[in-house]
Design a binder for this molecule. Structure first.
Ligand code: NAD
Length: 329
């Protein structure tokens, strides 16, 4: 069976190729993102393999069906970029990689929290320039602080555990509280209470209509003055322009992002010679108390191995006509 692998980077290719021959899969690697203009590149393939910023709306799915594609293998856990109802209607199966590096993502969120709090990006840049002044680089002890965790699923649960290990008081908000975390001392409460009490806040809930702009102007105002926010989940959880305003006013003490609502136009590519058009993003990265990484929280060797093995397994299930365990549609 032939599969068009969209948004391929050399690291995707290396890990997928390593297992594809043994799995009896023929993979056609495409660097382009999947979208309305590139859908024709899947002609002759029974399946496509896609990542977080590929677009699979109803129009693209109809285009895929028209060229004979019957299956979508997501190389990620989230499927907010796929119109599932349209896929169902068109008879296109969708499967994902439900879990690949919960530890890697949680550890990156901790790295962002620590890096933001201790200004590591600015500190390293200064030293490289021969500037050894520590003026403006003062942080806070993480020990003893209250940390809020929004969403304690696979990733949030691990993040909460690490913060308990730092000696933090951990508050959480999740419609499905985790009994084991509660036993370990995590206290669940409503969103407002968690925001009002948390000096550090980390987002780990999915992006769904109810959580879009979870942190808007009003809710950013509920955070303690000077508090720091980390988002490794999905960019749409934060209203970016409201975050800019909260930083300008001094209310928000710092923001660390691995995801950004409009990241599809920027992330994973080298735009260092381009004039970037997104003024909100450029305003954000211009602040000394904003730290941004380019959706790399998942990016560990272990995760890449898991993604490749699970994706090839999902393609194998489809080829064999089996309803796989990771099917979303
Ligand atoms: P998960 O499904 O295991 O957990 C999500 C948790 O959020 C669940 O416990 C759910 O009950 C809770 N939740 C749902 N709605 C909520 C709400 N309104 N308020 C509070 N909690 C709510 O998901 P996960 O595997 O832990 O992934 C979390 C997020 O991280 C996802 O959005 C995923 O896309 C993202 N992610 C990012 C990267 C990256 O590289 N940056 C990698 C993997 C996953």
């Amino acid at each position: 069976m032939k599969t068009a692998v969209f948004s391929t980077k050399p690291y995707d290719r290396a890990f997928l190729e390593a297992g594809s021959a043994a799995a009896g899969q023929e993979l056609m690697f495409v660097e382009n993102r999947l979208g309305a203009e590139t859908v024709g590149m899947a002609a002759g393939c029974a399946a496509v393999c896609v990542f977080v910023n590929d677009v699979l709306d109803a129009e693209v799915l109809r285009g895929l069906a028209a060229v004979g594609v019957r299956f979508v293998a997501l190389r990620c856990a989230g499927y907010n970029n796929v119109d599932l109802a349209a896929a169902r209607e068109l008879g296109i199966g969708v499967a994902r990689v439900p879990s690949y590096s919960p530890h890697g993502v949680a550890e990156h969120a901790v790295a962002l929290l620590l890096g933001l709090n201790r200004h590591l990006g600015r500190a390293a840049a200064r030293v490289r320039e021969g500037n050894f002044s520590i003026e403006g680089l003062m942080g806070r002890d993480v020990y003893g602080k209250t940390v809020g965790v929004i969403g304690t699923g696979q990733i949030g649960r691990i993040f909460a555990g690490i913060m308990l290990g730092f000696g933090c008081r951990v508050l959480a908000c999740d419609p499905q509280p985790d009994a084991e975390l509660e036993r370990r001392g995590v206290v669940y409460g409503p969103l407002r209470e968690v925001l009002e009490k948390s000096f550090f806040l980390s987002l780990h809930c999915p992006l769904v209509p109810e959580t879009r702009h979870l942190l808007n102007a009003e809710r950013l105002g509920w955070l303690p003055r000077g508090g720091l926010v980390v988002n490794t989940s999905r960019g749409g959880l934060i209203a970016a322009e409201d975050a800019v305003a909260a930083i300008k006013s001094g209310h928000l003490g710092g923001l660390a992002l691995d995801v950004y609502e409009e990241e599809a136009e920027l992330f994973f590519e080298d735009h260092s010679s381009d004039i970037i058009q997104d003024d909100t993003f450029m305003r954000l990265v211009s602040f000394p108390n904003v730290l941004v990484t380019s959706h790399q929280a998942f990016f560990t060797r272990e995760a890449m191995e898991n993604i490749a093995a699970t994706t090839l397994g999902n393609l194998g299930d489809f080829a064999a006509g089996r309803a796989g365990a990771n099917a979303v549609v």
